[in-house]
Design a protein around this ligand. Sequence first.
Ligand code: SAM
Length: 366
Amino acid sequence: MAEIDPGKLQLFQFILFTKLEGAFTSALVHLGDQLGLYRAMASAKAPMTTAQLAQLTQLNERWVREWAYNQAAAKLISTESEPSDPPTVQDDRFFLSPEQAVVLASEDHPAFGAGLFHSLPQTMQLLNDLPESFRTGIGQNYDSRGAQGAVGMERNFEPWTNANLLSAVLPKLDGVVDVLDRGAKVADIGCGTGGALLLMGKAFLNSKFTGYEISKYALARAVERLERSKLTNVSFADPREKPLPANNSVDLITTFDCIHDMTHPLQMMQAIRGAITENGTWLLVDIKAHDAFTMNATKNPMAALLYGVSVMVCMSSSMSVPDGAGLGTLGLSASTAEKMAKSAGFTQFRKLDVDHAINAFYEIRP
Ligand SMILES: C[S@@+](CC[C@H](N)C(=O)[O-])C[C@H]1O[C@@H](n2cnc3c(N)ncnc32)[C@H](O)[C@@H]1O
Protein backbone atom coordinates (compact mmCIF):
# COMPACT_ATOMS: atom_id res chain seq x y z
CA MET A 1 0.00 0.00 0.00
CA ALA A 2 1.29 3.52 -0.85
CA GLU A 3 2.53 5.58 2.08
CA ILE A 4 -0.11 7.79 3.70
CA ASP A 5 0.64 11.47 4.28
CA PRO A 6 -1.00 12.32 7.65
CA GLY A 7 -1.62 15.94 6.62
CA LYS A 8 -3.30 14.94 3.37
CA LEU A 9 -5.26 12.24 5.20
CA GLN A 10 -6.63 14.76 7.67
CA LEU A 11 -7.47 17.25 4.94
CA PHE A 12 -9.28 14.61 2.91
CA GLN A 13 -11.28 13.46 5.95
CA PHE A 14 -12.25 17.08 6.50
CA ILE A 15 -13.35 17.47 2.88
CA LEU A 16 -15.45 14.30 3.07
CA PHE A 17 -17.15 15.28 6.34
CA THR A 18 -18.00 18.75 5.04
CA LYS A 19 -20.17 16.91 2.48
CA LEU A 20 -21.93 15.07 5.28
CA GLU A 21 -22.33 18.35 7.14
CA GLY A 22 -23.97 19.68 3.97
CA ALA A 23 -26.42 16.77 3.91
CA PHE A 24 -27.48 17.18 7.56
CA THR A 25 -27.60 20.95 7.35
CA SER A 26 -29.69 20.70 4.18
CA ALA A 27 -32.16 18.51 6.07
CA LEU A 28 -32.42 21.23 8.71
CA VAL A 29 -32.86 23.92 6.03
CA HIS A 30 -35.83 21.89 4.80
CA LEU A 31 -37.23 21.86 8.34
CA GLY A 32 -36.59 25.58 8.82
CA ASP A 33 -38.57 26.27 5.67
CA GLN A 34 -41.40 23.80 6.35
CA LEU A 35 -41.83 24.81 9.99
CA GLY A 36 -41.86 28.54 9.26
CA LEU A 37 -38.74 29.18 11.35
CA TYR A 38 -37.09 31.35 8.72
CA ARG A 39 -40.28 33.28 8.04
CA ALA A 40 -40.73 33.91 11.75
CA MET A 41 -37.14 35.15 12.04
CA ALA A 42 -37.54 37.37 8.98
CA SER A 43 -40.65 38.95 10.48
CA ALA A 44 -39.06 39.62 13.89
CA LYS A 45 -38.16 43.19 14.76
CA ALA A 46 -35.11 42.20 16.81
CA PRO A 47 -32.83 39.20 17.43
CA MET A 48 -34.63 36.45 19.37
CA THR A 49 -33.76 33.85 21.97
CA THR A 50 -34.75 30.33 21.03
CA ALA A 51 -37.56 30.59 23.62
CA GLN A 52 -38.97 33.59 21.76
CA LEU A 53 -38.56 31.85 18.39
CA ALA A 54 -40.25 28.70 19.74
CA GLN A 55 -43.13 30.74 21.08
CA LEU A 56 -43.55 32.60 17.79
CA THR A 57 -43.61 29.35 15.78
CA GLN A 58 -45.54 27.31 18.40
CA LEU A 59 -42.72 24.74 18.46
CA ASN A 60 -40.82 22.98 21.23
CA GLU A 61 -37.96 25.17 22.50
CA ARG A 62 -35.41 22.38 22.94
CA TRP A 63 -35.80 21.32 19.28
CA VAL A 64 -35.75 24.89 18.01
CA ARG A 65 -32.59 25.55 20.05
CA GLU A 66 -30.67 22.62 18.53
CA TRP A 67 -31.89 23.61 15.05
CA ALA A 68 -30.70 27.19 15.60
CA TYR A 69 -27.29 26.00 16.83
CA ASN A 70 -26.83 23.95 13.62
CA GLN A 71 -27.96 26.81 11.41
CA ALA A 72 -25.82 29.42 13.14
CA ALA A 73 -22.77 27.12 13.19
CA ALA A 74 -23.29 26.64 9.44
CA LYS A 75 -23.53 30.44 9.07
CA LEU A 76 -26.99 30.25 7.53
CA ILE A 77 -28.53 32.35 10.28
CA SER A 78 -26.86 35.07 12.36
CA THR A 79 -26.29 35.18 16.07
CA GLU A 80 -25.29 37.64 18.79
CA SER A 81 -24.36 36.73 22.33
CA GLU A 82 -24.25 38.40 25.72
CA PRO A 83 -22.29 35.88 27.78
CA SER A 84 -23.39 35.44 31.40
CA ASP A 85 -21.62 33.47 34.08
CA PRO A 86 -22.52 30.65 34.13
CA PRO A 87 -23.74 30.64 30.49
CA THR A 88 -27.49 30.22 29.93
CA VAL A 89 -29.59 29.53 26.86
CA GLN A 90 -30.82 33.13 27.10
CA ASP A 91 -27.33 34.41 26.18
CA ASP A 92 -27.73 33.73 22.46
CA ARG A 93 -30.05 35.59 20.17
CA PHE A 94 -30.67 34.68 16.57
CA PHE A 95 -31.64 36.76 13.55
CA LEU A 96 -31.47 36.87 9.76
CA SER A 97 -29.33 39.41 7.95
CA PRO A 98 -31.18 41.13 5.07
CA GLU A 99 -29.47 38.77 2.59
CA GLN A 100 -30.30 35.67 4.65
CA ALA A 101 -33.92 36.84 4.95
CA VAL A 102 -34.27 37.23 1.18
CA VAL A 103 -32.75 33.84 0.31
CA LEU A 104 -34.42 31.87 3.11
CA ALA A 105 -37.76 33.58 3.64
CA SER A 106 -38.82 35.83 0.74
CA GLU A 107 -40.71 33.57 -1.63
CA ASP A 108 -41.36 36.44 -4.06
CA HIS A 109 -37.72 37.58 -4.33
CA PRO A 110 -35.73 36.31 -7.37
CA ALA A 111 -32.92 35.20 -5.04
CA PHE A 112 -35.23 32.97 -2.92
CA GLY A 113 -33.38 29.67 -2.46
CA ALA A 114 -35.25 27.64 0.18
CA GLY A 115 -37.55 26.23 -2.53
CA LEU A 116 -34.64 24.04 -3.64
CA PHE A 117 -34.90 22.20 -0.33
CA HIS A 118 -38.67 21.66 -0.50
CA SER A 119 -38.71 18.12 -1.87
CA LEU A 120 -35.47 16.96 -0.22
CA PRO A 121 -37.22 14.11 1.70
CA GLN A 122 -38.84 12.77 -1.48
CA THR A 123 -35.58 13.11 -3.43
CA MET A 124 -33.49 11.41 -0.76
CA GLN A 125 -36.01 8.60 -0.46
CA LEU A 126 -35.05 7.68 -4.02
CA LEU A 127 -31.74 6.46 -2.60
CA ASN A 128 -33.62 3.21 -1.92
CA ASP A 129 -34.27 2.74 -5.65
CA LEU A 130 -31.06 4.09 -7.13
CA PRO A 131 -28.88 0.99 -6.60
CA GLU A 132 -31.33 -0.86 -8.86
CA SER A 133 -31.09 1.97 -11.43
CA PHE A 134 -27.30 1.66 -11.43
CA ARG A 135 -27.73 -2.06 -12.21
CA THR A 136 -30.52 -1.89 -14.80
CA GLY A 137 -29.82 1.55 -16.27
CA ILE A 138 -33.47 2.56 -15.82
CA GLY A 139 -34.12 5.74 -13.83
CA GLN A 140 -37.16 7.44 -12.34
CA ASN A 141 -39.33 10.15 -13.88
CA TYR A 142 -40.45 13.32 -12.12
CA ASP A 143 -43.52 11.66 -10.61
CA SER A 144 -41.32 9.39 -8.51
CA ARG A 145 -41.08 12.32 -6.09
CA GLY A 146 -44.86 12.59 -5.77
CA ALA A 147 -46.95 15.72 -5.47
CA GLN A 148 -44.36 17.45 -3.31
CA GLY A 149 -41.80 17.01 -6.08
CA ALA A 150 -43.99 19.18 -8.30
CA VAL A 151 -44.41 21.80 -5.57
CA GLY A 152 -40.66 21.82 -5.00
CA MET A 153 -40.01 22.42 -8.69
CA GLU A 154 -42.46 25.33 -8.65
CA ARG A 155 -40.91 26.93 -5.56
CA ASN A 156 -37.46 26.46 -7.05
CA PHE A 157 -38.06 27.98 -10.49
CA GLU A 158 -40.80 30.55 -10.06
CA PRO A 159 -39.18 33.29 -8.00
CA TRP A 160 -36.67 34.00 -10.80
CA THR A 161 -39.22 33.48 -13.58
CA ASN A 162 -41.77 35.80 -11.97
CA ALA A 163 -39.18 38.54 -11.62
CA ASN A 164 -37.53 38.21 -15.02
CA LEU A 165 -39.44 36.37 -17.73
CA LEU A 166 -41.57 39.29 -18.91
CA SER A 167 -39.07 42.07 -18.31
CA ALA A 168 -35.64 40.53 -19.03
CA VAL A 169 -36.17 37.50 -21.25
CA LEU A 170 -39.07 37.92 -23.71
CA PRO A 171 -37.90 41.39 -24.89
CA LYS A 172 -34.57 39.81 -25.92
CA LEU A 173 -36.38 37.60 -28.47
CA ASP A 174 -36.60 39.28 -31.87
CA GLY A 175 -40.14 40.66 -32.36
CA VAL A 176 -41.79 38.21 -29.98
CA VAL A 177 -43.39 40.71 -27.57
CA ASP A 178 -45.15 42.44 -30.51
CA VAL A 179 -46.38 39.10 -31.85
CA LEU A 180 -47.71 38.19 -28.38
CA ASP A 181 -49.40 41.59 -28.02
CA ARG A 182 -51.16 41.17 -31.37
CA GLY A 183 -52.26 37.58 -30.64
CA ALA A 184 -50.19 34.43 -31.06
CA LYS A 185 -50.31 30.71 -30.41
CA VAL A 186 -47.84 29.67 -27.72
CA ALA A 187 -46.76 26.31 -26.30
CA ASP A 188 -44.67 25.72 -23.17
CA ILE A 189 -43.34 22.16 -23.17
CA GLY A 190 -42.35 20.53 -19.88
CA CYS A 191 -44.35 23.32 -18.24
CA GLY A 192 -44.25 21.89 -14.72
CA THR A 193 -47.02 23.42 -12.61
CA GLY A 194 -47.58 26.12 -15.22
CA GLY A 195 -46.15 29.24 -13.57
CA ALA A 196 -44.40 30.64 -16.66
CA LEU A 197 -47.42 29.97 -18.87
CA LEU A 198 -49.91 31.56 -16.46
CA LEU A 199 -47.64 34.58 -16.15
CA MET A 200 -47.50 35.00 -19.95
CA GLY A 201 -51.22 34.23 -20.28
CA LYS A 202 -52.08 37.06 -17.90
CA ALA A 203 -49.71 39.50 -19.64
CA PHE A 204 -50.83 38.75 -23.22
CA LEU A 205 -54.59 38.32 -23.24
CA ASN A 206 -54.82 38.28 -27.08
CA SER A 207 -52.63 35.16 -27.26
CA LYS A 208 -53.49 31.50 -26.63
CA PHE A 209 -51.24 29.36 -24.47
CA THR A 210 -50.96 25.59 -24.06
CA GLY A 211 -48.73 23.91 -21.50
CA TYR A 212 -47.55 20.34 -22.15
CA GLU A 213 -46.45 18.19 -19.25
CA ILE A 214 -46.11 14.44 -18.62
CA SER A 215 -46.03 14.61 -14.80
CA LYS A 216 -49.53 13.90 -13.51
CA TYR A 217 -48.79 15.74 -10.26
CA ALA A 218 -47.47 18.85 -12.03
CA LEU A 219 -50.33 18.78 -14.53
CA ALA A 220 -53.00 18.49 -11.82
CA ARG A 221 -51.48 21.40 -9.96
CA ALA A 222 -51.24 23.46 -13.17
CA VAL A 223 -54.94 22.87 -13.85
CA GLU A 224 -55.85 23.87 -10.28
CA ARG A 225 -53.82 27.05 -10.59
CA LEU A 226 -55.46 27.81 -13.93
CA GLU A 227 -58.92 27.45 -12.36
CA ARG A 228 -57.93 29.86 -9.61
CA SER A 229 -56.50 32.35 -12.14
CA LYS A 230 -59.79 32.50 -14.12
CA LEU A 231 -57.74 32.93 -17.33
CA THR A 232 -59.54 31.69 -20.44
CA ASN A 233 -56.60 31.85 -22.87
CA VAL A 234 -54.52 29.11 -21.15
CA SER A 235 -54.87 25.32 -21.16
CA PHE A 236 -52.75 22.35 -20.15
CA ALA A 237 -52.35 18.92 -21.72
CA ASP A 238 -50.43 15.67 -21.46
CA PRO A 239 -48.61 15.40 -24.82
CA ARG A 240 -49.12 11.61 -24.81
CA GLU A 241 -52.87 12.24 -24.98
CA LYS A 242 -52.84 15.48 -26.96
CA PRO A 243 -49.61 15.78 -28.95
CA LEU A 244 -48.12 19.07 -30.10
CA PRO A 245 -49.77 20.15 -33.38
CA ALA A 246 -47.72 18.93 -36.35
CA ASN A 247 -48.93 21.65 -38.76
CA ASN A 248 -46.43 24.48 -38.18
CA SER A 249 -49.03 26.60 -36.39
CA VAL A 250 -47.37 27.64 -33.10
CA ASP A 251 -45.71 31.08 -33.07
CA LEU A 252 -43.71 30.74 -29.86
CA ILE A 253 -42.52 27.57 -28.14
CA THR A 254 -40.76 27.68 -24.80
CA THR A 255 -38.88 24.94 -22.97
CA PHE A 256 -37.66 25.90 -19.53
CA ASP A 257 -35.13 23.53 -17.92
CA CYS A 258 -36.59 20.37 -19.35
CA ILE A 259 -34.96 19.24 -22.60
CA HIS A 260 -32.02 17.69 -20.71
CA ASP A 261 -34.55 15.75 -18.56
CA MET A 262 -36.33 14.21 -21.53
CA THR A 263 -35.97 10.60 -22.56
CA HIS A 264 -36.07 11.56 -26.27
CA PRO A 265 -34.81 15.15 -26.59
CA LEU A 266 -34.03 14.93 -30.31
CA GLN A 267 -37.51 13.61 -31.11
CA MET A 268 -38.91 16.46 -29.01
CA MET A 269 -36.87 18.97 -31.03
CA GLN A 270 -38.25 17.40 -34.22
CA ALA A 271 -41.79 17.71 -32.81
CA ILE A 272 -41.08 21.36 -31.97
CA ARG A 273 -39.88 21.91 -35.55
CA GLY A 274 -43.10 20.33 -36.82
CA ALA A 275 -45.24 22.51 -34.55
CA ILE A 276 -43.58 25.90 -35.05
CA THR A 277 -44.52 28.41 -37.77
CA GLU A 278 -41.90 29.15 -40.44
CA ASN A 279 -41.07 32.50 -38.79
CA GLY A 280 -41.73 31.28 -35.24
CA THR A 281 -39.40 31.29 -32.26
CA TRP A 282 -38.32 28.56 -29.88
CA LEU A 283 -36.99 29.88 -26.57
CA LEU A 284 -34.73 27.17 -25.19
CA VAL A 285 -33.71 27.66 -21.57
CA ASP A 286 -31.37 25.02 -20.24
CA ILE A 287 -28.51 24.56 -17.82
CA LYS A 288 -25.25 26.36 -18.72
CA ALA A 289 -22.92 23.50 -19.53
CA HIS A 290 -19.56 23.00 -21.18
CA ASP A 291 -18.79 20.28 -23.70
CA ALA A 292 -16.59 18.15 -21.48
CA PHE A 293 -16.58 17.02 -17.86
CA THR A 294 -13.19 18.64 -17.12
CA MET A 295 -14.45 22.02 -18.28
CA ASN A 296 -17.57 21.75 -16.15
CA ALA A 297 -15.52 20.59 -13.15
CA THR A 298 -12.97 23.40 -13.42
CA LYS A 299 -15.16 26.28 -14.63
CA ASN A 300 -18.45 25.70 -12.84
CA PRO A 301 -18.24 26.04 -9.05
CA MET A 302 -21.59 24.23 -8.82
CA ALA A 303 -20.49 21.24 -10.90
CA ALA A 304 -20.55 18.74 -8.01
CA LEU A 305 -24.02 19.88 -6.96
CA LEU A 306 -25.29 19.71 -10.53
CA TYR A 307 -23.86 16.26 -11.23
CA GLY A 308 -25.44 15.13 -7.94
CA VAL A 309 -28.82 16.55 -8.99
CA SER A 310 -28.34 14.79 -12.31
CA VAL A 311 -28.01 11.33 -10.77
CA MET A 312 -30.89 11.89 -8.33
CA VAL A 313 -33.25 13.76 -10.70
CA CYS A 314 -32.36 14.89 -14.24
CA MET A 315 -30.32 12.05 -15.71
CA SER A 316 -32.57 9.64 -13.85
CA SER A 317 -35.59 11.17 -15.60
CA SER A 318 -33.88 11.11 -18.99
CA MET A 319 -33.01 7.42 -18.44
CA SER A 320 -36.48 6.47 -17.18
CA VAL A 321 -37.16 4.29 -20.23
CA PRO A 322 -34.80 1.65 -21.70
CA ASP A 323 -33.74 3.77 -24.72
CA GLY A 324 -33.55 7.09 -22.82
CA ALA A 325 -30.98 9.56 -24.16
CA GLY A 326 -29.58 10.27 -20.69
CA LEU A 327 -28.40 13.84 -21.31
CA GLY A 328 -28.62 14.81 -17.63
CA THR A 329 -28.22 18.16 -15.88
CA LEU A 330 -25.01 19.22 -17.62
CA GLY A 331 -25.66 17.32 -20.85
CA LEU A 332 -26.99 20.10 -23.08
CA SER A 333 -24.09 22.46 -23.76
CA ALA A 334 -24.61 25.28 -26.27
CA SER A 335 -22.84 23.33 -29.01
CA THR A 336 -24.81 20.13 -28.30
CA ALA A 337 -28.07 22.11 -28.29
CA GLU A 338 -27.15 23.82 -31.57
CA LYS A 339 -26.13 20.55 -33.25
CA MET A 340 -29.32 18.82 -32.13
CA ALA A 341 -31.56 21.76 -33.09
CA LYS A 342 -29.98 21.93 -36.55
CA SER A 343 -30.38 18.19 -37.07
CA ALA A 344 -34.05 18.64 -36.10
CA GLY A 345 -34.42 21.13 -38.95
CA PHE A 346 -33.75 24.54 -37.35
CA THR A 347 -31.28 26.87 -39.06
CA GLN A 348 -30.92 29.84 -36.67
CA PHE A 349 -29.42 29.54 -33.20
CA ARG A 350 -28.58 32.58 -31.07
CA LYS A 351 -27.46 32.75 -27.43
CA LEU A 352 -29.32 35.51 -25.58
CA ASP A 353 -27.68 37.91 -23.20
CA VAL A 354 -29.64 37.04 -20.04
CA ASP A 355 -27.99 37.09 -16.62
CA HIS A 356 -28.70 33.85 -14.75
CA ALA A 357 -26.53 31.87 -12.33
CA ILE A 358 -27.37 28.46 -13.75
CA ASN A 359 -29.27 28.75 -17.01
CA ALA A 360 -28.41 29.71 -20.58
CA PHE A 361 -31.03 31.18 -22.94
CA TYR A 362 -31.21 30.55 -26.69
CA GLU A 363 -33.40 31.87 -29.49
CA ILE A 364 -33.85 29.13 -32.09
CA ARG A 365 -35.70 29.62 -35.36
CA PRO A 366 -36.56 27.51 -38.45
C1 SAM B 1 -37.01 20.62 -14.21
S1 SAM B 1 -38.70 20.48 -14.60
C2 SAM B 1 -39.04 22.10 -15.23
C3 SAM B 1 -40.49 22.46 -15.14
C4 SAM B 1 -40.88 23.85 -15.62
N1 SAM B 1 -40.52 24.08 -17.00
C5 SAM B 1 -40.30 24.92 -14.73
O1 SAM B 1 -39.42 25.67 -15.19
O2 SAM B 1 -40.71 24.99 -13.57
C6 SAM B 1 -38.74 19.45 -16.02
C7 SAM B 1 -40.14 19.03 -16.41
O3 SAM B 1 -40.13 18.43 -17.70
C8 SAM B 1 -41.15 17.45 -17.72
N2 SAM B 1 -40.94 16.55 -18.87
C9 SAM B 1 -39.99 15.63 -19.05
N3 SAM B 1 -40.14 15.02 -20.23
C10 SAM B 1 -41.22 15.58 -20.83
C11 SAM B 1 -41.87 15.40 -22.10
N4 SAM B 1 -41.45 14.50 -22.97
N5 SAM B 1 -42.94 16.16 -22.38
C12 SAM B 1 -43.39 17.09 -21.50
N6 SAM B 1 -42.82 17.30 -20.28
C13 SAM B 1 -41.74 16.57 -19.96
C14 SAM B 1 -41.00 16.78 -16.37
O4 SAM B 1 -42.14 16.02 -16.01
C15 SAM B 1 -40.76 17.99 -15.47
O5 SAM B 1 -41.96 18.49 -14.95
